[in-house]
Design a protein around this ligand. Sequence first.
Ligand code: SAM
Length: 204
Amino acid sequence: MVEEQLIPRGIVDPATLAAMRKVPRHEFVEDAMRSKAYGDHPLPIGSGQTISQPYIVALMTQVLQLTGKERVLEIGTGSGYQAAVLSQVCDRVYTIERIDSLLVRARKIFDRLRYLNIISRIDDGTTGWADEAPFAGILVTAGGPEIPKPLVDQLSDPGRMVIPVGDQNMQELKLVQKQDGEISIRTIEYVRFVNLIGSYGWSG
Ligand code: SAM
């Protein structure tokens, strides 16, 4: 996966590559999908949701430019795989999921594999996690029509957020940077994510 899918597409950050080598992706998919776990594609995880393609997980992680000391917020825990990768490259991961059954399953995996620096809760992640803000990195793993204002407000300065924004078929993966009070936004990839549903997302 690392040699064939990630390095040739420009994933070069050593910490990201080490995390992608270390975290056992097959543990985060259903038994029937295990043989496909390291394939170059997303996979269904139940409840109409997906675990993202390995390249997208690595790209979103690399783009945050983490040093290992940061607190990072993830919106859309899903299988828990992206949170586990993040847990290897920052100090603490806060992850929010809106579907109860997915979070229950992900939490069991975090406990079993001893990912002790992941804190999770059920909520509408488009409003962020105000009690724990600010975050040096925010990673949104579902696509919405706009960049949720609460997430921009909860980004530290300096801080980086990566988020898919667009319609329900196709989105631009945006890098939102806060630096000296200024916000800059650029597109880094074209992607297709499941819907971000919530107050600052799609209605359902
Ligand atoms: N990061 C996940 C992984 O590694 O498996 C990928 C998750 S999937 C592409 C996107 C997830 O976002 C789904 O589980 C979905 O339920 C969740 N989601 C959608 N809208 C949300 C919201 N407002 N708050 C929290 N989670 C949300």
